[in-house]
Design a protein around this ligand. Structure first.
Ligand code: NIG
Ligand code: FE
Length: 406
């Protein structure tokens, strides 16, 4: 990936929410943040900043709150078309599964993606990703899964890489060819999985795959089929994550954990055994309150058990045209507080520290010397406001690699 040139700078006066302890916001009032060559060199009280950092760049005096850059660790942000018509059908009573079984749902987006040129797909995706960035996102995971053949999965992953290069953020790509069964494989799901496994090393060889995912569900793929995809990932040394136990409990979270998965995502129906397996393997629980909200779900993820077993909880948008047309991670954090009763601190940690972990990234998610200079200056006084305001633009400046990107 082509990294834009890294920046230097010095902010004096804001409150910092460093998140640099096991708990608490790590608040520092009248703080200083200094960075050089895209890396933080100081995040602490202005009063105790070593003099050498005063010379890095001309200081900018500011108020407001600085947090680590937000990390959206689960999105399907590359797609063409929309599914607003299905949204209307669901409001009239049709279910997500019914629509999927009659050829709508994911497959209708597959038709739109296949019909779009690479450039059209890029143009369709850019505004969404710009919106995510404008509300604080500096690292973004993007899945394939609307191509479902070699050329179209490749096209999606190439567009994901281009978005990162054009917009100056980090994009992590996830191969999700095992998302739905394309029409040409109707009744031959195992043959389709053979193809998915055959495409993977070719796409990986082009540098297009950072992780591997599957939709393990009645309307997706079975645990046995998912296991085969995971074995292919493991053979290439690629980490796995899983759309697990969203609509029913097929033991998906435990399967992800068995493969040392980075994350198990959705997990509304995950059992206690699944959660224990996640705790043992260090697999992050990625909560997706946008899909929960839009599908008007009532089954909550097992939050008490996740807390009890110490499973780190991330929060992501799941930005996609079907279940979560959500273009703000801060809004997902807001939904996580109201629907899932996460505290604002858990929500912020979920979109920074724990989201980094869900992507296997150790160089971001907190404000600390040595970490990437990815951070947001918000025009608010306290961190809870990130989850308090619905809508609006709270980010004053978004920095990635030490440079302002929004
Ligand atoms: O995370 N569950 C499967 N995948 C997406 C939905 C994709 C779609 O409906 O287009 C999800 O909810
Ligand atoms: Fe998803």
């Amino acid at each position: 990936m082509v990294e834009p040139s890294a920046g230097n700078g010095l902010l004096l006066g804001p409150t910092l929410a460093t998140l640099d302890e096991e708990s608490g916001y790590g608040l520092i009032e009248d703080g200083a943040l200094a960075w050089r060559d895209g890396r933080i060199v100081y995040a602490g009280p202005r009063a105790t900043m070593p003099h050498e950092f005063a010379l890095i760049a001309s200081p900018v005096e500011t108020d407001g709150l600085v947090t680590p850059g937000l990390i959206d660790c689960h999105t399907h942000a590359v797609f063409a078309g929309d599914r607003a018509g299905e949204f209307e059908l669901r409001l009239q009573g049709a279910s997500y599964e019914e629509i999927a079984r009659t050829g709508g749902g994911i497959l209708s987006t597959v038709r739109a993606v296949r019909a779009a040129s690479e450039n059209e797909l890029l143009e369709a995706s850019l505004p969404r990703v710009r919106d995510l960035i404008a509300d604080g996102v500096t690292t973004l995971e993007i899945k394939s899964g609307y191509g479902l053949d070699f050329d179209n999965e490749r096209k999606m992953l190439r567009v994901a890489r281009q978005l990162g290069e054009q917009l100056g953020i980090t994009v992590r790509t996830t191969y999700l060819a095992a998302h739905a069964l394309p029409g040409e494989y109707a009744g031959r799901a195992d043959d389709y999985i053979d193809a998915v496994i055959e495409w993977l090393p070719r796409l990986h060889a082009e540098g297009l795959v950072d992780a591997v995912d599957a939709f393990c569900e009645g309307i997706g793929f079975s645990p046995a089929q998912t296991r085969r995809v995971f074995e292919a990932a493991r053979a290439l040394g690629l980490p796995v994550k899983l759309h697990a136990d969203q609509l029913s409990d097929l033991g998906g979270a435990a399967l992800a954990a068995e493969f040392g998965g980075l994350s198990a995502d959705h997990i509304e129906h995950t059992s206690d055994a699944g959660i224990r397996a996640m705790a043992a393997s260090g697999t992050v629980a990625v909560l997706l309150p946008g899909a929960f909200h839009v599908l008007r779900e009532t089954k909550l993820p097992p939050l008490d058990a996740l807390r009890e077993h110490g499973v780190p909880m991330a929060v992501a948008t799941d930005c996609n045209p079907g279940t979560s047309p959500l273009r703000s991670l801060r809004q997902a954090m807001q939904l996580a507080t109201v629907h899932f009763r996460l505290t604002p601190e858990e929500s912020l940690r979920g979109a920074t520290v724990h989201a980094a972990r869900a992507l296997g990234l150790t160089d971001r998610g907190v404000l600390r010397a040595g970490q990437r200079a990815d951070f947001v200056l918000w025009q608010i006084a306290q961190p809870a406001e990130l989850c308090y305001w619905l809508g609006g633009r709270l980010a004053r400046s978004v920095y990635a690699n030490g440079r302002i990107i929004a």
